[in-house]
Ligand binder design. Sequence first.
Ligand SMILES: [Zn+2]
Length: 382
Amino acid sequence: MLLKQWRFLAIFACIINWGGLNSYVLNAGRRLTNKYSSYRDVYKTEDIENVLKCYNFRCVYEDGKYFRCFNCTHHIAFIVESKEMIFDGTKLFLTRPVVKNPRQNRFFVAAVDVEKILKPLLEPEKIKKYLPNGGCIVIDAGHGGMAEGAKNSRLNLVEKRLTLNTARALQTALSKLGYRVFLTRDSDVDLSLERRGQWANKLKAQLFVSLHYNAAESVQARGIETFTYTFASHPSTDRTKALVSDGSTEINNRFDVQNTYLAYCIQKSVTIRLGSIDRGVRRARFGVLRHIHCPAVLIECGFLSNDDEAKRIATSIYQEKLVSSIVEGIQRYVHNTIMRTAVVQSTQVLKNFQNKKLSLPKRPLLKSQGKPNKQALLNAYP
Ligand SMILES: [Zn+2]
C-alpha cells in the first residue's frame, strides 16, 4: 500500500514538474486575441533543439551557462535563465528567460520568441516588407521645443538638437537612394507623440524610424539599443512578469515580425560600424510607436550621460557613421525581405500555372527567392 502511494506521488510530481518547465505559470489561462499570433498559449514554450533541427543546427551546452546552436550559416548563443540571446554576434532580448529541464538536459524558449524572433531571423525571405523602392519613410527626431530630452550640461549637448541634426542627415542619405523621406519635425517644436504617429500615418509611411539619445543615472552606461513595440500580452524588456495592462493589442503589433527583423538589421549595422557597446534589440510600449501603421523602430543612438560617449556623439565622424549604418540596416532589411505585391503577383502566376494558362517563367520572379516555391509563398509571414 505504501509502495503504491509512493508511486502515485512520484508520477504526480513528474506531471507538476513537466508542466512547470514547459509553461510559465503567470496568469495561466489568458489567451491572445491577436490574429497575428500563431501560438496557442501566451505561456507556451518550445524545445530549442526541436525547433532548430529543421534548420540543421547542432547544439552544445557549455560552462553551465551557454546553450550554443550553430549551422553552416548562423551561430546562436542562448544564456540559460536569461532573456539575452546573441544571434550572429548581435544581442536581442527574448520575452522570457530560457529554461533548462535538469533531468532531460533539454532547453526551452517561449513559443512567442520562436514565432516572432527566431523564425524571422532565420527566414527573413518569408517576411513581407511594406517598403518598395521609392517608398515613403518617416523619420522622427525625438523631443523638441520645451521637451529638450537628455542633456549633458558639461559638454553643452541637448538631445532635441542632436536628434534633429541626425534626422536631417538621415533624410538626405535616404533621399539619395530614391526614397520619399519626411521628418515629423524640421524645427525646434514640441510635438505630442500622437501627432508624430498621426503625421506618419497620414503620409502613409511604409517605414518609421524614431531617433533618440540616451541618459542614465549611472554615468558608466553606454552603448546603442533599438526598440520595437512590445508584443501583445507579453511584458516589455525591462520586466519579466506580465501585467494585466500587457494584454492589449495595438495597431503596430500587426508588424511584430517586421519590427524585429528591421531592429535587428539596424542594431547589427550600427553597433558594428560605430564599435559601440551592443545593448540589444529590446521592446517597450512607447507611445510614439503604438499607432504606427507600418514597421517601426526607435533607436537610442548613444548615452549623453557618459562623457566619453557624449564627446564621440558630438563629432561629425560619429554622426556620419551613425547615419550610414542606419541606412545600411534599412537596406539590409529591404533586400532580405519580400514585397507584398510581389507575393500577390507570384501567387497569381502560380494559380495561372495550375490552371495551365501560363508556363513558369525561366527567370526567377524574385531575385532573393530564386524559383517561385508555392509552399514558401504560402508560409510567408503576414
Ligand atoms: Zn529621448
